[in-house]
Design a protein around this ligand. Structure first.
Ligand code: SF4
Ligand code: SF4
Length: 337
């Protein structure tokens, strides 16, 4: 697998679920993006529901709720990721948010996934100084022309590479991961150019596969390849009965909506943090009922899950596959309060 972007030191998930705390919480600091990547819902007429920038007050509310979840849970939180359906750096408070989390010491790692276009030397200094653990940059090609084709953005490519180099040269212990997507590379020469450019100025560099993640995107208009059996990180494709991310991840959107999906749009919403605290969403009846349906092999009873392709294509780590242990997981879920 080409996935150095995710933790390769994985436990067998079936042994540790259900968890009182997710492994990772994703916070969307901005559902607004300055790109319109052809494979992303941002490029569609439907766009992203209720897109906005997360306010500082709502960020504090979310962190307070995470602290409350941790206080009452028995598991630890490995990662808080600034990720989502928009560009995190659109939110100018992002370095302050990272510092706030870092000082609270509520998770082991803090990560940001960005398109990197808004990176400046000053922003790099602020992110590193704030306590960021790893920056993940998604590159959309090896030239300004390709950027126009893939995401409709006019980028000064040399400046963009220089900004990444600055981050790399000044990052201290912070990790830097640079990835691109297969459709942004025309051929093997282009792939070589990608690695030649970014390998010397990153810790890890890789090419991910495009997957059928957004319902509103017509993938056949983007690629001639049959992507129905591709996995994002190149692992083997399996038709799964039970969704693993449902048991691992919790994502909070800028409007407060919560889901437990991997890479999927629209996701399956299970609550909103402005109506109900995270502890009552993660450990609540809605989430439990959905987990039970999946553990019964009955995800077809939930419309969004029934048609979800991401379930088979997103993670594909053998350690995460729950399908061989569904009876045991079902029994554990039934014993939850
Ligand atoms: S940069 Fe990310 S969020 Fe923005 S359009 Fe591209 S894939 Fe979507
Ligand atoms: S099956 Fe798909 S829609 Fe359902 S929880 Fe998993 S990722 Fe989300």
């Amino acid at each position: 697998m080409s996935n150095e972007g995710r933790d390769l030191n994985r436990v067998e998930l079936w042994r540790v679920v259900p968890r009182s705390v997710p492994f990772a919480i994703g916070i969307t600091s901005s559902d607004i993006c300055n790109f319109r990547c052809v494979y992303c819902n941002q490029s569609t007429i439907e766009g992203i529901k209720d897109a906005q920038v997360l306010t500082w007050d709502n960020f504090i509310l979310i962190i307070n709720q995470i602290e409350d979840l941790l206080k009452n849970g028995k598991d630890d939180l490995k990662i808080i990721r600034f990720i989502g359906n928009g560009e995190p750096l659109v939110n100018k408070k992002l370095p302050d948010m990272i510092r706030y989390i870092s000082e609270k010491k509520i998770c082991n790692r803090i990560e940001v996934t960005t398109n990197g276009s808004l990176l400046t030397n000053k922003m790099s200094d602020q992110l590193i100084d704030a306590g960021l653990t790893r920056l993940l940059i998604s590159v959309q090609g090896t030239s300004s022309k390709k950027y126009q084709d893939i995401c409709g953005f006019n980028i000064d490519y040399d400046r963009f590479v220089d900004q990444i180099k600055y981050f790399y040269d000044n990052k201290g212990s912070c990790g830097l991961f640079v990835k691109t997507v297969d459709i942004a590379l025309d051929n093997s020469d282009d792939e070589k150019k990608f690695y030649d450019t970014f390998k010397p100025i990153s810790d890890v560099t890789c090419v991910e596969k495009i997957i059928d993640a957004c319902e509103n995107v017509d993938y056949s208009s983007i690629t001639n390849k049959d992507i129905s059996h591709e996995t994002r990180y190149g692992g083997s494709y399996n038709e799964k009965k039970c969704c693993d991310t449902l048991f691992m991840y919790l994502n909070i959107h800028s409007n407060g909506d919560v889901d437990c999906c991997g890479c999927k749009y629209p996701p399956l919403y299970i609550g909103n943090v402005y109506d109900k605290p995270i502890s009552k969403i993660w450990n609540g009846e809605v989430h439990k009922k959905i987990m039970i349906e999946h553990a019964k092999g009955n995800r077809g009873s939930i419309d969004i899950c029934k048609n979800c392709k991401s379930i088979n294509s997103f993670g594909s780590f053998p350690e995460d596959n729950l399908d061989e242990h569904l009876d045991e997981i079902y029994n554990r879920l039934c014993k939850l309060d």
